[in-house]
Design a protein around this ligand. Sequence first.
Ligand SMILES: [Zn+2]
Length: 327
Amino acid sequence: MVYAAALDDAQSMGTEELQTALDVKTINAASVAHWLENERGRVVRNYERASNRCVHKDWTCVAQPASFAALAAAGRASLGAAPAVFAAWHHDLVTFTKTFAFEQLRLAAVFPTASNETDVFSDIEWTGESLPDRTFAVTFDDGPTAVGGTTDQTLALLKTLNKSAAFFLLGVRLEKRVAHDGTVAVASLYGKQCVASHGWEHHSHATWDDWQGSVTRTKELLSATFQPNSILPLFRPPNGQRRGDSGAFFASESLHVALWNIDAYDWNRAMDADAVAGRVTTLILLRRHGVVLFHDIYGNALSALPTIFARLGHVIDWLDCHRLARL
Ligand SMILES: [Zn+2]
């Protein structure tokens, strides 16, 4: 409800006001309108799901879920209904949802000139929204690190916590790690986790002349390193940047484009592990299903994950990574 109010405020802004708020030079009005329409639908659907278990006189169950406007109105009024003990939490949530709405709108405003995770070009691309309610997949990008680095620590943590994840590897980093450790050691390092492609180098696959070579080269190295059942037929474009007309190529390579609907922001230097855990927990409650993007090269995810699993472990179905192959 609080997020609905934040979205409602943003969508009532004029183009110039929004442009200033988002700090972008131009706004693709059609893309923003399309994203807002989808997001309003997601908010209403998710409130319906969340309110399924509403009991009589529950102060959180105050809106008529069929209407986005009613949710936004309830969001604005929710401070009045909330017990005083939630005042600080509510205050933080108002700030967070406003920031998050602008963050997403900024991405929608530049799409498709700068492509990102706010929309898909075709059925060959997904953001994880087809997953069932209360189901999330954990994914890591940009590894592997050098021996003993955060990739190794992340894999060890997942093993200890008995959790499954998909790792989207950069070809150039995998090549280095294989040269140092050998194929067998690298394959065994990842154990039962899944691997997939993040391209050869961390360049935009929308503007890089050799983007197709990047994809095929990484695919070959993955095949030469890992057992077939560890490799997901997925490509995740660095920063979500891919061409709008790339669907035919990915189809010919039997690859799907794997995006995400929760960015953990663990790459952001302004965020510490607590901030990452808070952001991901809040967005999991807001999104209710999907794919979380982490990175195994910074260490923030490593520190945040035990908190996230402890907070949500019993109410969320954490997807076995192999199931991402069939999304
Ligand atoms: Zn990346």
